[in-house]
Design a protein around this ligand. Structure first.
Ligand SMILES: C[S@@+](CC[C@H](N)C(=O)[O-])C[C@H]1O[C@@H](n2cnc3c(N)ncnc32)[C@H](O)[C@@H]1O
Length: 273
């Protein structure tokens, strides 16, 4: 469902920073505007390792996808909070392992829609689709005709919620959304999640970050370990469980690994029983 770019441009607000474009800037991409770069620099002034966190989060997405496609045999993925296409998009990783893999991407940023063609380069054996929708309305995503035409919800799905739940602000705000999505998936499906955290930050940096949150200077809502763990209630965590994203199944990653405070992002993968 690729729209006309003309209609899209009227919905692109380049005066307000947007997470997808800010993340793109931290990853070294070019699909961002001055307002996104200013916001990214402001956050990085308080938390200088934000670009490291972005890179490590993206690497977690790659390793989690490889684990699900390669070791578990998952052939269908629902990737919500897709981000702007960059190297190693979910379908590229999954289809390199199993060309028949099917991936539904979901994002609420019209800019991602502009780039959606880059997400629709499926292998002939597999399939990808892109839905512009909001994570806060899981029912709309789950019943979307493009999702139903791409995924068979009676078979296991890898639900990827990577660096997106922290855009649902408020203590306890993420759990009901995750629960609604998980409830719609059959046994043998998997959930992969990352979320920013202040747990590893030195107290003075955490205090500055709190002030930025209160002043509306950042929209990244951190969650502590207990709230992150609650997202997996009733699910079977895959070893090593809940760890900084930079420490999740990193046998093939170069050493030394970044420190937990540099990354400040929890990651985990769990099986839905
Ligand atoms: C930091 S990027 C993460 C991209 C990718 N998942 C990754 O980890 O590399 C977050 C993405 O979530 C999207 N997003 C934020 N809030 C959302 C919402 N409520 N519904 C859908 N997408 C959302 C943003 O537009 C952005 O593309």
């Amino acid at each position: 469902m690729v729209d006309h770019d003309g209609a899209l441009s009227s919905r692109l607000d380049t005066s307000v920073p947007h997470p997808a474009r800010r993340y793109n800037y931290w990853l070294g991409g070019k699909d961002n505007f001055a307002v996104d770069r200013a916001s990214a620099d402001q956050i990085a002034a308080a938390w200088p390792s934000a670009p490291i966190a972005a890179r490590e989060n993206r690497r977690f997405l790659g390793r989690a996808t490889r684990f699900l496609a390669g070791e578990v045999g998952i052939r269908q993925f629902l990737d919500i909070g897709t981000g702007l296409p960059t190297a190693d998009n979910t379908h590229e990783i999954a289809q390199a392992i199993a060309p028949e893999s099917r991936v539904v991407y979901v994002d609420n940023d019209p800019m991602v829609m502009v780039h959606a063609r880059a997400l629709l380069t499926s292998t002939p054996q597999g399939r990808t689709s892109y839905i512009e929708a909001d994570l806060r309305e899981p029912g709309e995503i789950l019943h979307h005709p493009d999702l139903l035409a791409t995924l068979d919800l009676s078979r296991p799905v890898g639900l990827m919620l990577v660096a997106v739940l922290h855009f649902l602000p408020g203590a306890g705000a993420a759990a009901p959304v995750v629960a609604e999505l998980v409830d719609a998936l059959p046994s043998g499906s998997y959930l992969a999640v990352t979320n920013a955290t202040k747990d590893f930050l030195p107290a003075p940096i955490a205090a500055v970050y709190d002030k930025m949150l209160a002043a509306g200077q950042t929209d990244i809502w951190p969650r502590d370990r207990a709230e992150f763990a609650a997202l997996f209630e009733g699910l079977d965590l895959v070893p090593p469980g809940i760890v900084p994203v930079s420490d999740w199944r990193t046998d093939d990653e170069p050493r030394p690994r970044p420190g937990a405070s540099d990354v400040s992002m929890y990651g985990a993968v769990a099986r839905i029983p």
